[in-house]
Write a protein that binds this ligand. Structure first.
Ligand SMILES: NC(=O)c1ccc[n+]([C@@H]2O[C@H](COP(=O)([O-])OP(=O)(O)OC[C@H]3O[C@@H](n4cnc5c(N)ncnc54)[C@H](OP(=O)(O)O)[C@@H]3O)[C@@H](O)[C@H]2O)c1
Length: 252
C-alpha cells in the first residue's frame, strides 16, 4: 500500500527498473529523497520499493509506465504529484540502445529507438514542464550520452537519438534561462548496465554503483551539462567531434 508523506525533496525517475535509473533511485533514497519510480516492469519496481522501504526510505511511489504512451506519461505524473505533493527533480532517463549499421539494423529497432529515446523522452520532458510550471519551480535532468557528440559506425540511430536529447535540452535551457526551472544534461560514457553488456568493447567502463553516485552528485550540484564521469569523457567528447571521417570509419 502506498501512503502519502511529504517533506524532503522529491525525484521522479523514468527507467528506474534497471541500470542507471535503479542506481540513482538507491542513491537518492540513501540521501533522504522521496521517490517516484517508473518503468514498464512493475515487478522490478515493486521489489526495489520493498528494498528501499526496508532501508528506511521516507516515501516510494512506483508505477508501470511506458514513456512512448504520452497519455500514460501525463497520468503517471499526476498520480506521482498527488502522492508526493510536488516534484522537485525529474530524471528523464528511460532509454534503449540498438547497434547495427544503417540499412542492416532491422528498421523496427530503429523505430523503437526513436520512439523511446526521442518521443518518450520528449513526452516525459513535456509532462515535467507542465508540472514545474504549475508549481513554479523544478529541476529537469535528461540522460543523454557521449554518443551524442559524434555519429560512429553501427551507432547511427542511438547517437542520433541522443544528439536529439542534447539539442532539445539546449533549447529548453535557453527557454528557462533566468527563471526558477533548471535544466541539466548528463552524458555518460560507459557505465556497466544491461544496455551495453553485449558491446564489443567498453572503454573506461565504471561500475554502476560509482555511476549512480556520480550522476546524483552532479544533479545535486545543479550543473548545466557534464559527461559522466567527467574525465576522460569531457576530453574524449571534444576530440571525437573533430576527428576526420577516415579515423571514425575505423571504429567498427
Ligand atoms: N550505461 C551506460 O553506459 C549509458 C551510457 C550513456 C547513456 N546511457 C543512458 O542511460 C539511460 C539508462 O540506461 P541504462 O544504462 O540504465 O540501461 P538499462 O539498464 O537497460 O535501463 C534502461 C531503463 O529504461 C527503461 N525503459 C526502456 N524502454 C522504456 C520505455 N519504453 N518506457 C519506460 N521505460 C523504458 C527500462 O525499464 P523497463 O524495461 O522496465 O521499461 C530500464 O529501466 C538510457 O537513456 C541510456 O541511453 C547509458
Amino acid at each position: 500500500m502506498q501512503t502519502q508523506i511529504s517533506r524532503a525533496k522529491s525525484v521522479f525517475i523514468t527507467g528506474a527498473s534497471s541500470g542507471l535509473g535503479r542506481q540513482m533511485a538507491i542513491e537518492f533514497a540513501r540521501r533522504g529523497y522521496r521517490l517516484a519510480l517508473t518503468a514498464r516492469r512493475l515487478d522490478l519496481l515493486e521489489a526495489l520499493q520493498l528494498e528501499l522501504q526496508r532501508q528506511g526510505a521516507p516515501a516510494v511511489f512506483v508505477a508501470a509506465l511506458d514513456v512512448t504512451d504520452e497519455a500514460a506519461v501525463t497520468q503517471v505524473f499526476a498520480d506521482a504529484r498527488a502522492f508526493l505533493g510536488s516534484l522537485d527533480i525529474v530524471a528523464a532517463n528511460a532509454g534503449i540502445g540498438h547497434n547495427g549499421r544503417i540499412g542492416k539494423l532491422a528498421f523496427a529497432k530503429v523505430r523503437d529507438t526513436i520512439n523511446t529515446n526521442i518521443t518518450g523522452f520528449m513526452a516525459t520532458v513535456d509532462a515535467a514542464m507542465q508540472c514545474f510550471t504549475a508549481q513554479g519551480y523544478g529541476h529537469l535532468v535528461g540522460i543523454s550520452s557521449v554518443a551524442a557528440f559524434r555519429g560512429i559506425p553501427a551507432g547511427g540511430v542511438y547517437g542520433a537519438s541522443k544528439a536529439a536529447v542534447t539539442a532539445y535540452l539546449q533549447a529548453l535551457r535557453a527557454e528557462c534561462y533566468g527563471g526558477p526551472i533548471l535544466v541539466t544534461t548528463l552524458s555518460p560514457g560507459f557505465i556497466d548496465t544491461p544496455i551495453n553488456r553485449g558491446a564489443k568493447s567498453r572503454p573506461f567502463v565504471i561500475p554502476v554503483e560509482q555511476g549512480g553516485k556520480l550522476l546524483v552528485d552532479l544533479i545535486e550540484k545543479r550543473v548545466e551539462c557534464a559527461t559522466v564521469p567527467r574525465w576522460p569523457w569531457a576530453l574524449v567528447a571534444r576530440l571525437i567531434a573533430i576527428l576526420p571521417t577516415a579515423v571514425i570509419a575505423r571504429f567498427r
